[in-house]
Design a protein around this ligand. Structure first.
Ligand code: GLA
Length: 372
């Protein structure tokens, strides 16, 4: 008997899934109208669902102890926990005029929660896909991504950009999704056969609604007001001298966004040319900019980055995702990722004995490439 049957006493009628992601480059650019280059990872959130005849929504998550939570459609209000993703989803769909009834849903995800790999967008998109199928909702994949962002912005209280739900909805395994977030256009970029990316989770947990992320976003908005532009995307490297006149830290925040946008464009051409060394240099520059200008790194991430510098086979390394914890991504030659990642993970765990590192330091490298 499946867990769904055990909990709800019936079988699901719909199943849907959506992946987590690793962002290769283009960090904190999406809410500035800039460029991003994420790719899906082979870790997914799965949702099983069955429509009910009344207005009750009953949900259970394997990742939250499996207890059943319940509410009535129309009575959604943020509670500050995981149920907000589900409530946000039904509240926004109803507000858009989509007709829903109640449903029973079971969620199980192997995207590490809070690991900088977009576990929440995977949940948003998986649930929206399940509801689209169950209620035959006339929604495109782009609509799902937009709704996913609104759930976070309007219900969860995290002022995130569109990158994560977009790649959860439109990403293809083995391809990076190059997105222009201002124009909302995208292109699938094949990962070169000779490249491999390794993801290592620091074990330090972030929560975007907790404040730091929203603070960064407000700083960018203030920089825009001071510079008289509506989005930092409007500025390029030729504007860096103007940016220098801003007070600190706005100067460094804006400098990160402007230089990072440029690095994404260069990374796309490096990927297309199969130039891994150029891509690796861009990873390293991006990391330095996140650490020094955007200030989203933490000591444990720096420990991982330093360990990755000690490995000659690593071509580039950077913090991926929103930061304040989470994961790093390394670039290496195809076939070497597992072994390199394992060595760095072991060194990180050993380091944990001497320094104050989080409890969960047994990290498993996750390798993604063309065939992942
Ligand atoms: C989080 C957000 C994204 C993006 C990244 C930083 O993952 O969900 O929208 O802003 O941080 O690049």
């Amino acid at each position: 008997m499946s867990r769904f049957e055990k909990i709800f006493g019936t079988i699901p009628s719909v199943e849907a899934a959506a992946p987590g992601r690793v962002n290769l480059i283009g960090e904190h650019t999406d809410y500035n109208g800039g460029f991003v280059l994420p790719m899906p990872i082979p870790r997914t959130c799965r949702v099983q669902l069955r429509i009910r005849g009344d207005d009750r929504v009953r949900v259970s998550s394997a990742n939250q102890g499996g207890d059943m939570r319940e509410y009535r459609l129309g009575s959604e209000k943020p509670l500050g926990d995981w149920l907000d993703y589900i409530q946000g989803c039904t509240a926004l769909l109803s507000r858009q005029g989509q007709s829903l009834t109640g449903f029973d849903a079971f969620i199980a995800s192997d995207v590490p929660l809070g690991g900088g790999l977009s576990s929440s967008a995977a949940l948003d998109v998986a649930l929206l896909r399940a509801l689209r199928a169950a209620f035959r909702l006339p929604l495109s994949d782009l609509d799902l991504a937009r709704l996913g962002q609104r759930i976070e912005n309007e219900f969860v209280g995290a002022r995130v950009g569109i990158m994560d739900p977009l790649v959860a909805s439109l990403g293809r395994p083995g391809f990076a999704l190059f997105v222009d977030t201002r124009e909302l256009t995208w292109r699938q970029i094949p990962i070169p056969e000779q490249a491999e990316f390794v993801i290592l989770d620091s074990g330090v947990r972030h929560r975007h609604s907790a404040g730091d992320y929203n603070t960064r976003r407000s700083e960018c908005e203030q920089a825009c007001r001071d510079l008289g532009v509506s989005q930092l995307r409007e500025l390029g490297r030729e504007d860096l001298s103007r940016i220098e006149s801003l007070p600190d830290p706005l100067r460094r925040r804006a400098r990160h966004v402007v230089t990072e946008n440029d690095r994404v464009l260069q990374a796309v051409s490096a990927l297309e040319a199969g130039d891994l060394h150029r891509l690796g240099r861009l990873f390293d520059e991006s990391h330095a900019s996140q650490r020094d200008d955007y200030e989203v790194s933490v000591p444990e991430i720096e420990t991982l980055i330093a360990l990755a510098h000690d490995e000659p086979g690593v071509i580039g390394r950077r913090l991926t995702g929103g930061g304040f914890g989470g994961s790093i991504v390394l670039l290496t030659i195809a076939g070497r990722g597992q072994e390199l990642g394992q060595r760095i993970a072991e060194a990180y765990s050993r380091r944990a004995k001497g320094v104050s590192l989080p409890a969960r330091t047994q990290i498993t490298p996750l390798v993604v490439g063309r065939s992942a």
